[in-house]
Design a protein around this ligand. Structure first.
Ligand code: SAM
Length: 268
């Protein structure tokens, strides 16, 4: 059971999105819970205002420390031990699949969503345990990043995905991007499904998929290959790519990358 708590200025944004589709079904089943806290309810001026001008000048407004602290304290009172508190910020560590897997082991997770120019640093120092970014770009608020994280974490909570939706073969699960997927019909607008997928030969299908995963990763995210363990059959496929023996022509640059990769892997 995973309990998500979100400190936000826009609870409806979080509620609407997370109560939809697979995460919504998981809440109905009691595998996930969602508790949103509106930081505005903890305004110290009593009129719902929670932001003020930045000391030192500059554009925009800053979310004040006290309303955030009070909202957090009200939440923490309901918990037995201090939870992990994640502040969504473009200045944080970039979110990835392994982080989702690790966070899914927690019982409670608190997300703090910033807005405007961000949150007064002093309250971040007091309550935040992890600062996380969802990528190198700037959004208007932390709600979408919190939703991205909660969605990815939810998929790692046992029971949330049905067997059919199982995440085991998904991109990043084995360090590679996933192979291409096809469904009916066998021929669509003159394009045929790769014949091996219709062969019923599981061994060949698995090999084809693994090769496609390696090829895709090489083309789009070659750096990921550096942390992948290759077995004998993988190496054979990589060699065949270098020698241009497959129908998937690869570029000079990709050949050089693969040659170096294989040489390094043999050394280590
Ligand atoms: N002034 C901040 C800076 O330069 O680091 C950016 C503030 S941003 C306009 C407002 C809020 O959106 C942030 O406090 C954060 O909660 C959220 N945010 C924006 N981009 C994000 C990203 N890439 N990852 C996670 N949170 C982000």
């Amino acid at each position: 059971m995973m309990n998500f708590h979100v400190l936000t200025l826009f609870p409806e944004m979080i509620e609407d999105a997370l109560r939809t589709s697979i995460t919504g079904r998981a809440m109905t089943k009691g595998l996930l819970s969602l508790h949103t806290v509106n930081i505005r309810d903890y305004s110290v001026t009593g009129n719902g205002r929670i932001d003020d001008y930045p000391y030192g000048g500059g554009a925009g407004m800053v979310m004040q420390a006290e309303p955030v602290m009070r909202a957090y304290e009200a939440l923490q009172e309901t918990m037995e031990k201090k939870p992990r508190v994640i502040y969504l910020t473009p200045q944080g560590q970039v979110f990835h699949q392994k982080m989702a897997e690790e966070l899914a082991l927690e019982e409670n997770l608190v997300f703090l969503c910033g807005h405007y120019e961000g949150v007064d640093e002093r309250v971040l120092e007091e309550i935040v345990t992890d600062q996380v970014s969802i990528g190198d770009y700037v959004l208007t608020g932390g709600e979408l990043p919190a939703l991205v994280m909660m969605d990815a974490i939810s998929r790692m909570v046992p029971g949330v995905l049905s067997n059919q939706e199982s995440g085991e073969t998904e991109s990043f699960q084995n360090g590679l991007l996933e192979y291409p997927q096809y469904s009916r019909p066998e021929e669509w607008r003159g394009k045929k499904v790769p014949p091996v997928l219709l062969s019923g030969h599981h061994g060949n299908v698995d090999r084809w998929r693994r090769n496609q995963s390696i090829l895709r990763t090489l083309r789009v995210r070659p750096e990921l290959l550096e942390s992948v363990e290759f077995d004998k059959k993988d190496r054979k496929y990589l060699q065949s790519l270098i020698r241009q023996e497959t129908e998937n022509r690869i570029t000079e640059e990709e050949i050089n990358f693969l040659s170096k990769l294989l040489a390094n892997k043999t050394k280590s």
